[in-house]
Design a protein around this ligand. Structure first.
Ligand code: DGI
Ligand code: FE
Ligand code: FE
Ligand code: FE
Length: 189
C-alpha cells in the first residue's frame, strides 16, 4: 500500500540527496498551506512527497511514455523536457507504485505548469513547490508573503514570475502555464 512511509522510501531511492531535501521542504510547506486553505492533509502529504518522483528519469524513456500512454498529452513533446516529469511521474506512480488516488495523481501531474480550474490540492502543491524555503527565484519573497493571505493571488504571482522568466530567456510557454495564469487572473478580478 502506498502510504507516507512507502512514498518516502520510493523517493529516497529515486532522487538525488538535494532533490530529496527539496521534497521534504515542499512537504512541510504544502502541509502548512493545506491547513490554512483546507486541503486534505493525507493527500497533500502524499502528493508533495511524490511530486518529483520522475525528475531523474531518462529523457528518452519519458518520451516513450508520452508517445505510448494515452493519458499523456502528446503536445508535451513540442515543449521543454523539464515539463515532462510531472505528467509522466503521475502515470509511473500508478504503474510502478500502485498510486490509485486520482486527486493526488492530478496534483503531481500539473505541479510544474499549473492548469485552468485547479482545485485546492493542485494549487497547494503548485505553490509549495515554488515557495519552499530553499527556492531563490526573483520575487519569491513577495509570493511567500502573499501565500499567507491569499492562495489564488500567490499562485497567480508564481505563474506570472515563471512566464516573465521564460519570456526573458526566449523560451516557449506551455499552454497550461498560460491557462493557469489566465484562469487565476479571472478568478481574482
Ligand atoms: O522540479 P522542480 O525543479 O522542483 O520544479 P518544477 O517542476 O516547477 O520545474 C521548474 C522549471 O520548469 C523552471 O525552470 C521553469 C520551468 N517551467 C515552468 N513552466 C514552464 C517551464 N518551462 C517551459 N519551457 N515552459 C513552461 O511553460
Ligand atoms: Fe518538479
Ligand atoms: Fe489501477
Ligand atoms: Fe519540485
Amino acid at each position: 500500500k502506498l502510504d507516507r512511509d512507502r512514498a518516502i522510501e520510493l523517493v529516497r531511492a529515486s532522487l538525488k540527496q538535494e532533490r530529496y531535501e527539496h521534497t521534504l521542504r515542499v512537504t512541510d510547506t504544502a502541509l502548512e498551506l493545506a491547513a490554512s486553505y483546507g486541503a486534505d492533509q493525507k493527500k497533500t502529504e502524499l502528493a508533495a512527497i511524490l511530486h518529483d518522483y520522475a525528475k531523474y528519469r531518462d529523457k528518452d524513456e519519458m518520451r516513450r511514455w508520452i508517445n505510448t500512454e494515452s493519458r499523456l498529452p502528446k503536445d508535451l513533446l513540442d515543449y521543454h523536457h523539464e515539463l515532462w516529469h510531472g505528467p509522466v511521474g503521475a502515470v509511473l506512480l500508478h504503474k510502478e507504485a500502485g498510486l490509485e488516488d486520482g486527486e493526488v495523481a492530478s496534483a503531481i501531474a500539473c505541479h510544474t505548469t499549473g492548469k485552468a480550474n485547479m482545485n485546492t490540492l493542485e494549487k497547494v502543491i503548485f505553490l509549495a513547490d515554488y515557495i519552499e524555503p530553499g527556492r531563490k527565484f526573483p520575487g519569491v519573497e513577495e509570493v511567500r508573503k502573499t501565500a499567507e493571505e491569499d492562495l489564488d493571488k500567490a499562485c497567480l504571482q508564481a505563474a506570472q514570475n515563471t512566464i516573465f522568466f521564460l519570456m526573458s530567456k526566449g523560451q516557449k510557454v506551455y499552454p497550461d502555464t498560460l491557462h493557469n495564469y489566465n484562469d487565476l487572473l479571472q478568478l481574482i478580478k
